[in-house]
Write a protein that binds this ligand. Structure first.
Ligand SMILES: [Zn+2]
Length: 296
C-alpha cells in the first residue's frame, strides 16, 4: 500500500479536500480528502510516522491542557466506559488498553476484577500507569512480543484508530492478540456527526487525526480486518463492540462519498465564523500557556 491509498478501500481516487490550519504547527498545513470510492476521509498525502508522533506528543502529552480540564475529561471518559462495559463479566479476564494515556480506566477495570495491561507510547504517561499497578507490554502496537498473541479477552482501542496512518495493520495485530471469543471495544469520532462546538477546520479537523471514519466505513474496515461487529452506536462518537470473525465472509459495501461530502460542506459553512474566531482565541490561549510554561 502506498501512502496515498484510502485506508478503508485502498483506492487512490480522491474527491473533495478540506484544508485546515494548526496554530501549534505554523508551517504545518494539511488537507483532509474524501475517497470517491467509499467516502472515507484522511490526510492526503499521509504524513510520516515521525511527524505523527511529534503531533501526538504535543497534543496528547498534556502540554497544552490545564490539569483541571484533564481531570474533568478523565471523569467523563470513565463514566462512558463504565456505562458501556459494566455488563461484561471481566472477573480474572485480561484487558489490554491500547494508547492507555495515564491509565484513567484502571479504577474501572480493577473494580471489575480484570487484569490490566497497556500499550502507551508516551513515557511520562506509561510511568503513571506503572505506578498504578498496570502492566505495560509495549510502547508500540507494532512491536508487541509474540508471546502475547491469543492472550487478551478484551482489547480497549478508544480514540486511537483516527491517529494511525495504517489502521488496518493495527486491527490485524489486535485480532491476533485477542483470544478466540475475545472482544474489541473501539471508539472514534464520527465523521457523520462532526462535533462543531469549537469549529470545523479549527477543531474537528485536527493535526493529530489523520483518519475521519463514518460508521459504515469503520465497520467495513473491521470486517476486512477479521472482525464481526456485534454492537454499534452511531452517535457523535462511533462506539463498536466486535468479535473475531469465524469464517471468511465479506459483505457488500456502500459508497458514502456524496453523503460524507455534504456533511463536511455543511459543517464548513456552519462553522466559518466560529473557525475564524476560534483560531484567534486558540492562538491567544497558546501564547499565554507558553508564557506560563517559560516562567516555570
Ligand atoms: Zn476509500
Amino acid at each position: 500500500m502506498t501512502e496515498n491509498n484510502c485506508s478503508v478501500c485502498n483506492s487512490q481516487e480522491w474527491g473533495k479536500s478540506y484544508s485546515y490550519f494548526s496554530p501549534l504547527n505554523e508551517k504545518y498545513k494539511a488537507k483532509v480528502s474524501l475517497c470517491k470510492v467509499c467516502g472515507h476521509g484522511q490526510i492526503v498525502p499521509m504524513i510520516n510516522a515521525q511527524r505523527i508522533s511529534y503531533n501526538n506528543e504535543m497534543f496528547l502529552g498534556g502540554k497544552y491542557i490545564s490539569s483541571n480540564e484533564r481531570e474533568k475529561a478523565k471523569n467523563k471518559k470513565l463514566n462512558v466506559l463504565k456505562e458501556r462495559l459494566s455488563d461484561l463479566n471481566l472477573t480474572n479476564k485480561k484487558v489490554l488498553d491500547i494508547g492507555a494515556g495515564e491509565g484513567w480506566s484502571i479504577p474501572f477495570f480493577n473494580s471489575s476484577g480484570a487484569k490490566y495491561f497497556a500499550i502507551e507510547p508516551i513515557d511520562s504517561l506509561a510511568m503513571k500507569i506503572k505506578k498504578t499497578s498496570g502492566i505495560i507490554i509495549s510502547s508500540d502496537i507494532f512491536e508487541v512480543n509474540k508471546k502475547y498473541e491469543s492472550t487478551f479477552d478484551l482489547v480497549v482501542f478508544r480514540h486511537i484508530i483516527e491517529h494511525l496512518p495504517e489502521p488496518a495493520k493495527a486491527l490485524e495485530v489486535i485480532n491476533r492478540l485477542l483470544v478466540d471469543d475475545g472482544l474489541l471495544y473501539i471508539a472514534a469520532p464520527n465523521a457523520s456527526f462532526p462535533d462543531l462546538k469549537k469549529g470545523f477546520s479549527t477543531s474537528f479537523l485536527r493535526p493529530v487525526h489523520v483518519q475521519y471514519f463514518n460508521s459504515p466505513n469503520l465497520v467495513r474496515l473491521l470486517e476486512l480486518s477479521g472482525f464481526v461487529v456485534t454492537t454499534l452506536d452511531d452517535g457523535k462518537e462511533i462506539y463498536i463492540l466486535a468479535q473475531k470473525k469465524k469464517n471468511n465472509t465479506s459483505g457488500k459495501y456502500q459508497n458514502t462519498y456524496d453523503k460524507q461530502k455534504k456533511i463536511f460542506d455543511d459543517a464548513f459553512l456552519y462553522s466559518l465564523k466560529k473557525d475564524i474566531y476560534c483560531n484567534f482565541k486558540q492562538m491567544i490561549k497558546i501564547c499565554l500557556l507558553k508564557i506560563r510554561f517559560l516562567k516555570k
